[in-house]
Design a protein around this ligand. Structure first.
Ligand SMILES: NC(=O)C1=CN([C@@H]2O[C@H](COP(=O)(O)OP(=O)(O)OC[C@H]3O[C@@H](n4cnc5c(N)ncnc54)[C@H](O)[C@@H]3O)[C@@H](O)[C@H]2O)C=CC1
Ligand SMILES: O=C([O-])CC(=O)C(=O)O
Length: 344
């Protein structure tokens, strides 16, 4: 029995993601929560002849609590998406508060659930969830994940393009490490399961790196004000959720890319710090999953000089983004204490 929950389930990502989770045969219960439209989305999905029992709730009458009760896996795509000209960091002002409130709901109702954060800016929203959990005394770094799967999906697709065989894209695995925005997205193309052509020019290599780093902008521009990636994100989110669900059910040896608290695996974190020459609290890398969440954070593996340069550019930006999330929660709690205890 596995209960999966989507918070922000009526949105551009939420609806197709809920559809894909309803089609996942490992999931027996699907809880949908949003500030609008979830009863309709749930009624619609409930007619699909797969096992998951679907329920949709809105904020009144303790809807968040009802949705989260008994949750094993919670996916969060709630929040506003980008418009052309915006960076993911521009979303922080609105999305930080949304994620903080939802994280509070999870910490109080389903503190043992695996939490999969999609809402941007992921580099800062994942630290927000971690800090809220710390405040509630239920922080387990092994159970909090930033969903960076779309970067890896894009890298596979774009490498297949360069190799001239799109039929191969599903088999191609390229580690993408760091974070989930612009220069913090670092594709380790030298570790691609399918090597790049040896005669690839420097400028074509740079274009490929740039395309992985700014793939999200391609979609934002094409949607021209109507939002950012939703369908490819739902695909990536469902792929990630499927792996987490299978790991929770006891399947062994499942490896996923994810932006995780490095406290999840102190030995792995120590190796990563050695590889990077810098200590960070969160970083995206391949992690092994088990029934209790992260079992192991993999080392970076051999990187080229060019990749090391990309990492050196990513790290200060990532560090700043992490601090923004941590500071936000500290300030919110300080303000709440000043205003009175019932505020959070
Ligand atoms: N991690 C990643 O790779 C990606 C992340 N994203 C991010 O995902 C987020 C959602 O994007 P879309 O689905 O396109 O946006 P959307 O606007 O279509 O949907 C967001 C949904 O969140 C709901 N929502 C707002 N406040 C809420 C609250 N307090 N509680 C519950 N639900 C709430 C809205 O009602 C809406 O249905 C954005 O922040 C976007 O930047 C988007 C693509 C990729
Ligand atoms: O670009 C955006 O704002 C949405 C996103 O995170 C992505 O598509 O990778």
């Amino acid at each position: 029995m596995v209960k999966a929950v989507v918070l922000g389930a009526a949105g551009g990502i939420g609806q197709p993601l809920a559809l894909l989770l309803k089609c996942n045969l490992h999931i027996t219960e699907l809880g949908l929560y949003d500030i609008v439209n979830t009863p309709g989305v749930a009624a619609d999905l409930s007619h699909i002849s797969t096992p998951a029992k679907v329920e949709g709730y809105l904020p009144p009458d303790d809807g968040l609590k009802k949705t989260l009760t008994g949750a094993d896996v919670v996916v969060i795509p709630a929040g506003v998406p980008r418009k052309p000209g915006m960076t993911r960091d521009d979303l922080f002002k609105i999305n930080a508060g949304i994620v903080k409130d939802l994280a509070t709901g999870i910490a109080t109702t389903a503190p043992k659930a695996m939490v999969l954060v999609i809402s941007n800016p992921v580099n800062s929203t994942v630290p927000i969830v971690a800090e809220v959990f710390k405040k509630h005394g239920v922080y387990d770094p092994k159970r909090i994940f930033g969903v960076t799967t779309l970067d890896v999906v894009r890298a596979s697709t774009f490498v297949a393009d360069v190799l001239g065989d799109v039929r191969m894209s599903k088999q191609i695995v390229v580690p993408v490490v760091g974070g989930h925005s612009g220069v913090t997205i670092v594709p380790l193309l030298s570790q691609s399961s399918h090597p790049l052509p040896p005669n690839l020019s420097t400028s074509d290599y740079q274009k490929l790196v740039q395309r992985v780093q700014f793939g999200g902008d391609e979609v934002v521009k094409a949607k021209d004000g109507a939002g950012s990636a939703t369908l490819s994100m739902a695909y990536a989110g469902a792929e990630f959720a499927d792996k987490v669900v299978r790991a929770v059910k006891g399947e062994k040896g499942i490896n996923v890319p994810s932006y995780v608290p490095l406290a999840a695996d102190p030995a792995g974190a120590a190796q990563l710090t050695k590889d990077l020459g810098k200590e960070l609290e969160f970083f995206s890398n391949t992690v092994e999953l088990g029934t209790e969440g992260v079992v192991r954070i993999h080392p970076l593996g051999p990187v080229t000089d060019k990749e090391r340069e990309l990492l050196q550019t990513a790290l200060p930006e990532l560090e700043k983004n992490i601090q923004t999330g941590v500071n936000y929660v500290a300030e919110a709690y300080k303000k709440a204490e000043e205003d009175g205890p019932a505020r959070l």
